[in-house]
Design a protein around this ligand. Structure first.
Ligand code: AMP
Ligand code: MG
Length: 489
């Protein structure tokens, strides 16, 4: 375990051509205080959690004190936003302090999100608000707990600076960790500027650092595109299987290493609704839940296009299909596991779809339904235990359950083993919007951050029963109006 001073900082990105980034100094928040510290993320950079108690820690994460080897920059990128190409975006409020190499020889970007203006801030103020940093912090940990690749967060700090969104809100800094923050849009900016040499340098950088098995190979760029397509497909399959919507799947929010990146107005579905739109500003539902696989396809076309100067036309053309196969295979696998099935049989996809349709028609909570299905008993004439209470259409459910029973029999499924398997893949706890909202309100009204900590610990282990935490597994209480999340963060 390292002290702050022992962290081994470097910034390999600054050894790329200067057009890739701009050097910038963070603008610290006045009178900062620690809102939440994530020991699990500290372990990724070998940081001793006790270090979070030191005043120097606050100075470090506030951008006030630079550690040796760190070289703060804002990186350049572009991207397709809601289908339209925006030629220059870049880190408008995120500052990359550098990278820390841990004892396992993994490299972690350390980025301050909300640390002030950069040359890419455009009309923005360079700040993040406490509300949205809490959401990003908690969701990153929730996704990680669910086994979904994601950026992580080391901590949140807030300070005496109000930031104007629809109203004044406390400013905050989220300290984000990721293997890299490079996006599809980082490639797009050089492609559309016809800077193909820079494009090649970027591709080699990503390969050397993140796909090292491709390094030096003649077909490395094709290999890169192929792997990005596969990882992205598998990632979106995981989002679909857990019922999560990103909300802003612009190409500047798509990670080149296939991790969930840039949490904004995301949402976990409560009752199953394929048309679920979590982003208040997404008027036409471009990024609705059911559209995510198609948008992923669109985005893979965009990254394939951006890599086209380095890759044969036939491989550019093939990439979206590679993506689609990876997504469909992984989704089928995940949904079979959610039903507790070990084998793959013809008709399994229909069994899944029919259950989803029933959930949709009956407005059944997606997470609760799968969790309860583990209790299905093949020897019980009804077999459905509590699930029946979730559905208004009892006949539809009976019809489905009979097919499920036959399907389980066809692979000689053993109830107790199936139950254990299902509880290991169907979470009991997800970051329901109202739970996040409650933690945010406590933080904003009373500077009480205990609920953030409670959720962080709970969501890090979403598959176990947590005694005394039953309420946190409940679907949105019917008396609560749904919380609509705006894009402003
Ligand atoms: P996002 O939709 O949050 O992923 O951001 C899209 C682009 O807008 C990125 O280039 C961000 O850096 C930039 N941006 C978002 N919010 C701000 C802000 N408050 N100040 C400066 N730039 C911002
Ligand atoms: Mg973004």
């Amino acid at each position: 375990m390292s002290t702050l001073e022992q962290l081994r900082f470097d910034n390999t990105y600054t050894r790329l051509p200067s057009v890739f980034y701009q050097r910038v100094r963070p603008t610290p928040l006045p009178n900062p205080h620690l809102v939440s510290f994530n020991a699990a993320a500290a372990a990724l950079i070998d940081l001793d959690p006790q270090e979070s108690q030191r005043p120097e820690f606050l100075a470090f994460v506030n951008g006030d004190m630079l550690l040796p080897g760190s070289d703060p920059i804002a990186t350049l990128y572009a991207g397709h936003q809601f289908g339209h190409y925006v030629p220059q975006l870049g880190d408008g409020r995120a500052i990359l302090l550098g990278e820390i190499r841990n004892s396992r020889d993994e490299k972690w970007d350390v980025q301050l999100k909300g640390a002030g203006l950069t040359p890419f801030s455009r009309d923005g103020d360079g700040r993040a608000v406490l509300r949205s940093t809490i959401r990003e912090y908690l969701c990153g940990e929730a996704m990680h707990g669910l086994g979904i690749p994601t950026t992580r967060s080391l901590c949140i700090i807030s300070g005496n600076e109000m930031v104007w969104r629809e109203q004044p809100e406390p400013g905050a800094i989220l300290v984000r960790l990721a293997p890299t923050h490079i996006r599809f849009g980082t490639f797009e900016v050089f492609y559309y500027r016809r800077q193909f040499e820079e494009l090649r340098i970027l591709a080699d950088y990503v390969i050397d650092h993140h796909y090292p098995h491709l390094s030096g190979r003649d077909d490395r760029y094709t290999g890169l595109l192929h792997e990005v397509a596969v990882r992205t497909g598998q990632l979106i399959a995981q989002w679909q299987a857990v019922g999560w919507a990103h909300g802003v799947m612009n190409t500047d929010n798509m990670s080149i290493v296939g991790i969930t990146l840039d949490y904004g107005p995301f949402g976990f579905m409560e009752y199953f609704d394929p048309g679920f739109i979590c982003n208040h500003s997404d008027r036409y539902g471009r990024y609705a839940f059911q559209n995510q696989p198609d948008i992923g396809y669109w985005n893979i076309r965009a990254i394939a296009q951006a890599l086209s100067p380095l890759v044969a036309p036939s491989d550019v053309q093939a990439a979206p299909d590679v993506y689609e196969h990876a997504l469909l295979d992984r989704y089928a696998e995940l949904m079979r596991a959610k039903l507790g099935l070990l084998e793959s049989h013809v008709g399994d996809d229909k069994l899944v779809t029919d259950l989803l349709n029933l959930m949709h028609a009956n407005r059944v909570d997606y997470t609760t339904c799968f969790r309860m299905l583990a209790e299905f008993r093949q020897d019980d004439p009804d077999g459905l235990a509590g699930i029946r209470t979730l559905f208004k259409d009892s006949d539809g459910l009976t019809w489905w359950a009979e097919r499920y029973r036959a399907r389980l029999a066809a692979e000689k499924s053993i109830d107790e083993e199936r139950r254990r398997r299902m509880n290991a893949v169907n979470p009991k706890y997800i970051l329901r919007n109202y739970l996040a909202q409650h933690a945010i309100e406590q933080a904003l009204r009373h500077r009480d951050y205990t609920e953030i900590e409670r959720l962080r610990v709970l969501l890090a282990d979403p598959y176990s029963d947590h005694p005394g935490m039953e309420d946190y597994a409940r679907p949105l209480p019917p008396e609560c109006p749904p919380i609509i999340v705006s894009c402003s963060s």
